[in-house]
Design a protein around this ligand. Structure first.
Ligand SMILES: Cc1cc2nc3c(=O)[nH]c(=O)nc-3n(C[C@H](O)[C@H](O)[C@H](O)COP(=O)(O)OP(=O)(O)OC[C@H]3O[C@@H](n4cnc5c(N)ncnc54)[C@H](O)[C@@H]3O)c2cc1C
Length: 407
């Protein structure tokens, strides 16, 4: 395995690092000040500085870096994209600046791979241009959605229409003032085998019957202006050409949707862990207690060493998973993908937790991004699939491989 940066990636890395330092980090407080700052999501607006940054990033060629298809950007492999996504993980606002933010990235992957020419023109192109945003509506309040075959919402075909009914929640991005559509997943072929029952449908948010009921706070924060919505779909009638790929083919798409994009969150989590560690070290070196820098007190040096070791391990596992996806495909990488989904958010959470501790009271305030980094990492242990579900897959594949080796 070779994880060294190609010349092209080295160049992109340098430009990205410069952009982060010169444009994004100084803009973070400006972005925060430009948020509407309320729980009434209808009043949320896109901070003007985000649009300025997006225009500059696009101009600089730092745009749509996540798509492996050369038609839409530099066409990077997963191993090439990983160090760039890691850099973006240092800042909450960075992924959107480079048009590399979830869930738009997953939705763009769906439309690139499965969209009809008309769907691509109407929905993909404005997403690629960063003119609109989108949501992905799978999880439901009434069923354990970590088992996606539980989904009860329906997407019934009636003549030349598809009719959506049901309730979804944790629809990230649906509060964004630029959000124009959601990819809705619902039961379309109830009598088919479990993984051939569900259908993905492009649902414009202004379709009659779509209602955002509320935004869900995450650790008391609404993640303005994207938000996480609870959304009801009541007799939403759409032309059948809004179906993606075909009725009952939702899981087939989900495999592809989460294909190359499966580990983007992990790559960014490594960046979040690095930011927490660098804040920890700066604080521990500059603040004194009991006559010594905090760095020299108690077990703080061990804390730093253990975090460095954990981050290096997590990065190598991320790169191994990326390399396997690139060279042998998602199927061959299933165990490593699940392994890193357990490890990366955990390491980011540990790093944020340790950095908060070294910062004392300041660590849990909003004067530093640590509380937000902690929440981000903690949430990822659910939002990208619960840890236990990933562990279950690792164990299943391990038993299978061991049985094969014994046979
Ligand atoms: C901030 C945030 C953003 C999100 N964004 C989106 C989005 O944009 N679109 C979307 O559709 N969904 C989104 N989700 C939903 C997320 O994907 C689900 O919360 C997740 O899949 C778990 O489903 P659930 O909440 O129904 O938990 P449940 O399925 O009820 O599971 C609860 C718990 O049961 C345990 N459990 C489950 N399976 C196993 C197992 N095999 N072994 C052992 N224990 C197990 C785990 O501890 C798990 O956490 C988001 C969630 C959050 C918190």
């Amino acid at each position: 395995m070779d994880f060294s940066h190609s010349e092209r990636v080295q160049g992109l890395r340098e430009r990205l690092l410069r952009f982060m330092r010169d444009e994004i980090v100084p803009a973070e407080p400006v972005y925060a000040a430009q948020l509407a700052g309320g729980s009434d999501w209808r009043a949320w607006r896109q901070p003007a500085v985000m649009e300025t940054l997006k225009a500059k990033a696009r101009e600089a060629g730092l745009w749509n870096l996540f798509l492996p298809e050369a038609e839409f950007g530099p066409g990077l492999s997963n191993v090439e994209y990983a160090p760039l996504a890691e850099i973006m993980g240092h800042s909450f606002i960075a992924p959107e600046v480079f048009n590399c933010n979830a869930p738009d990235t997953g939705n763009m992957e769906v439309l690139v791979r499965y969209g009809t020419p008309a769907q691509r023109e109407r929905w993909l192109q404005p997403l690629l241009d960063g003119r609109i945003r989108s949501a992905f509506c799978m999880t439901e309040p009434d069923v354990a959605s970590s088992d996606a075959t539980n989904m009860r919402a329906t997407a019934r075909l009636e003549g030349d229409e598809v009719v959506l009914d049901g309730r979804k929640w944790w629809s990230t991005g649906i509060g964004h003032p630029h959000c124009r559509f959601a990819i809705f997943m619902g039961m379309g072929v109830p009598d088919a085998p479990p993984h051939q029952r569900h259908t993905m449908v492009i649902c414009p948010l202004d379709a009659p019957g779509v209602r955002v009921e509320r935004m869900l706070p995450v650790f008391h924060d609404y993640d303005e202006p994207s938000g996480h919505g609870e959304v009801s779909f009541t007799n939403v009638r759409l032309p059948a050409d809004h179906i993606v790929l075909g009725s009952g083919r939702g899981f087939e798409i989900a495999q592809g949707r989460l294909g190359p994009g499966r580990i983007h969150h992990c790559m960014r989590a490594i960046g979040a862990a690095e930011r927490a560690l660098s804040l920890l070290c700066a604080r521990a070196s500059s603040r004194t207690a009991f006559g010594k820098p905090l760095a020299e007190l108690g077990g703080n040096a061990d804390v730093v060493a253990d975090l460095r070791i954990a981050i290096e391990q997590a990065r190598l596992l991320t790169l191994k998973a990326a390399w396997l996806i690139d060279t042998e495909g998602v199927k061959a990488a299933m165990s490593e993908i699940s392994q890193i989904k357990v490890v990366a958010p955990m390491v980011a959470q540990q790093a944020a937790d340790a950095a908060m501790q070294v910062h004392g009271g300041a660590g849990v305030s909003d004067d530093f991004p640590l509380a937000a980094l902690y929440a981000y990492a903690r949430v990822l242990r659910l939002a990208d699939g619960p840890d236990e579900v990933h562990r279950a897959l690792v164990a299943k594949l391990e038993f299978k491989a061991q049985a094969k080796a014994r046979a």
